[in-house]
Every structure is written in structure tokens, then in C-alpha cells.
Design a protein around this ligand. Structure first.
Ligand code: UFG
Length: 337
């Protein structure tokens, strides 16, 4: 079966391509290389022994998208990762985000709605919950008005898919990720942030390797056990596997609704200081860090209820924070060597 993976050379996309190929799917990747490189393909080949089809394509080019679907008419499913994801950049340039994340989704769905049936997996985010009232966060927690345009593209994206699925042959699963970290255990693929990393774990590993002087810990006055903010850090390989399971569910017509939603997290919250200590443990290094003020837009805590994904998808994250951190650290060392 042929599966289209948009953004398939990105961080989560590339790990998912590996898992799809390992499960025997034939993969076609679309990527515009805006935040990735073609060399990622070599990593995928090194792990799986198979080269996916790759088409360099920008989903904002509607005609190119139409031509693509004329060329590949035998696609069984689509996993849609391609999107911009920098929260701060989205505040500065909202229209870039609405074009990159919303126009592209519309063009894709316009093609898929013409098919007798279509299975669609969407990369969403726990950002749609904002600061949820209750922990752990279940899929029934209310969706809140997001703080950033990036977050809003995820909320609107979910709504567009739900409205479209109602009146077409599209079946969809929305996957709300918590905080993906780590890299493939082979260190053939991993996260490649451009410029100064905005996310905690790549900033930590870059500080550990000496690329950054010190980590700024954004706030130690949160109402949490140690005062630093709490998140649910999930190994990217666990996350990737969940995509394959969700896709298979749609292909097997096991879904109970036209659109289903699942949280993807470990169920465990870790504070920024706990993440730092995990790094220090797996690397056997002391990390230089300084407590700074809170970062605008940050929430206090978010960790997932994993019950639905566990019971309905039969999926559970297997890797611990230390294992994920260890893989992130090995990857950092590899790319700097
Ligand atoms: N943090 C620091 N120092 C840093 C970077 C991060 O202390 O240099 C802290 C943050 O304040 C936060 C935690 O580490 O408390 C995690 O921050 P990340 O930027 O790694 O992750 P976020 O939870 O802020 O953001 C992630 C995704 C976003 C998504 C959001 C949804 O990166 O794309 O979850 O909640 F929108």
C-alpha cells in the first residue's frame, strides 16, 4: 500500500516514514525542504534498507498539488506533517502560518475529497488545550482559543478536517502531540533545528556539546513541585509508531467516527529541572543553566491522559525520559562529530 507522507523529511515525519517502511508500506514523501534536507533520505535508507519515493513539492502551489495527485492516483492514505511550527515566528508573521498550515491543508483535502475514500492522519498539538484545568489532559478537555497563530492553525486545521469529513469520503484521525523529543536509536535520523533552538531538549543538548553557553530556564515560580514548568516529553519513535497504528485503523475501517482524536504523550509530567537532571544523568556532564523570567505564552503544566490511545489504539509510549534524552544526546554528538 502506498502512503503519502507530507513533510516526510522533517523530525517526526522522517521517523514515521521509517516505521511505515518497517511495516511494509510503500512511502511517497512530499517535502519543500524549508526545514529539512534531502540527506535525511540517506538516514531512512540506512535504517530500513529502502528508499522512499521523494517529490520536492511545496503544498502552497495548488497546481503542483493537483499534478501530484494526477501522477499518484493509487495512494491509500495520507499522513500530513508538512507545516511551520515555530510559535514565536508565527506571532511575528501570522499570514505565513495561515498560508503554510491552512492553505496547504485545504489544497490537500480538495484533492482527497475527489476520491472514493481517503484516510487522513493530521499532526495536531496539545496546544489546542491551552492551560487545561485538570491533569492529566483527556481528549474531552475543552479546546481553548490558542495564544499564538501557530496554535490557532492547529485548532482551525482540526475544524476544517471535521467539517470536510462530515460531507466527504474522508476519514480522519487527529493526533494531538505533547512534547516530542529524542532521535532514532540508530542515530541515523533526528531533530535538526535551524538556528537557535526554541525547544528545551535541543537547547540542552547544544549547550551540553558547547554550542551554547548556558540554558535559560524560563521561570522557577510556577505552582509546581520545583517551581519550573511541567510538560510530557515523548520519544519521537513512540510517536511515529502511533501514526502507523492510527493509519492502519482507518485502512481497516475500525474507526468509530469519521473523525477521531487521540492524545499522544507518555502520561508523565516532567519539570524543566527534571529534564536537565535527566540530561546530566545520561551524559555524565553538568549543564550550565540560569533561572530567568517566564517566557511569554508558556503554560504551567501539560501532560496527557493516555487512556484513550491505550484502550482504543492499543498504543502506549515505551521509552522513558532518560532513554529519549540519551538518544537526543547521542544524536547531538553524532551531528557535531
Ligand atoms: N524552556 C526553557 N528554556 C528554553 C526552552 C524551553 O526553560 O530554552 C522551557 C519552556 O519554558 C517550557 C519547557 O521548557 O516550560 C518546554 O518548552 P518547549 O519550547 O520545548 O516546548 P513547549 O511546551 O513550549 O512547546 C511545545 C511545542 C510547540 C507547541 C507547544 C504546545 O514545541 O510547538 O508544545 O503546548 F505549540
Amino acid at each position: 500500500m502506498k502512503i503519502l507522507v507530507t513533510g516526510g523529511l522533517g523530525f517526526i515525519g522522517s521517523h514515521t516514514v521509517v516505521e511505515l517502511q518497517n511495516e511494509g508500506f510503500e512511502v511517497v514523501i512530499i517535502d519543500n525542504l524549508s526545514n529539512s534536507t534531502e540527506e535525511v533520505l540517506d538516514g531512512i535508507v540506512a535504517i530500513t534498507g529502502k528508499k522512499p519515493i521523494f517529490e520536492k513539492l511545496d503544498l502552497r502551489e495548488k497546481n503542483a498539488v493537483q499534478d501530484f495527485f494526477k501522477k499518484y492516483q493509487d495512494m491509500s492514505g495520507v499522513i500530513h506533517f508538512a507545516a511551520s511550527k515555530a510559535v514565536g515566528e508565527s506571532v511575528i508573521n501570522p499570514l505565513l502560518y495561515y498560508e503554510n498550515n491552512i492553505s496547504t491543508l485545504v489544497y490537500l483535502l480538495q484533492e482527497l475529497q475527489q476520491k472514493p475514500e481517503a484516510s487522513f492522519i493530521f499532526s495536531s498539538s496539545c496546544t489546542v488545550y491551552g492551560q487545561a484545568e485538570k491533569m492529566p489532559i483527556t481528549e474531552n478537555a475543552p479546546v481553548q482559543q490558542p495564544i499564538s497563530p501557530y496554535g490557532n492553525t492547529k485548532k482551525i486545521g482540526e475544524e476544517i478536517i471535521a467539517d470536510t469529513a462530515k460531507v466527504t469520503n474522508i476519514n480522519a484521525i487527529l493526533l494531538r502531540y505533547f512534547n516530542p523529543i529524542g532521535s532514532h536509536p540508530t542515530t541515523q535520523i533526528g531533530e535538526l533545528p535551524i538556528g537557535v533552538p526554541q525547544n528545551l531538549v535541543p537547547f540542552i543538548t547544544q549547550t551540553g556539546i558547547g554550542l551554547r553557553q548556558e540554558l535559560a530556564v524560563f521561570g522557577d515560580d510556577y505552582p509546581t513541585a520545583d517551581g519550573t514548568a511541567v510538560r510530557d516529553y515523548i520519544h519521537v519513535v513512540d510517536l511515529a509508531k502511533a501514526h502507523v497504528i492510527a493509519l492502519q485503523r482507518l485502512l481497516d475501517k475500525q474507526n468509530l467516527d469519521k473523525v477521531e482524536t487521540f492524545n499522544l504523550g507518555t502520561g508523565t509530567g516532567s519539570s524543566v529541572l527534571e529534564v536537565i537532571h535527566s540530561f546530566e544523568k545520561v551524559s555524565d556532564k553538568k549543564l550550565t543553566y540560569k533561572i530567568m523570567g517566564r517566557r511569554e505564552g508558556d503554560i504551567t503544566e501539560a501532560y496527557a491522559s493516555t487512556t484513550k490511545a491505550n484502550e482504543v489504539l492499543g498504543w502506549k509510549a515505551k521509552f522513558t525520559l532518560d532513554q529519549a534524552m540519551d538518544s537526543a544526546w547521542k544524536w547531538e554528538q553524532k551531528i557535531r562529530s
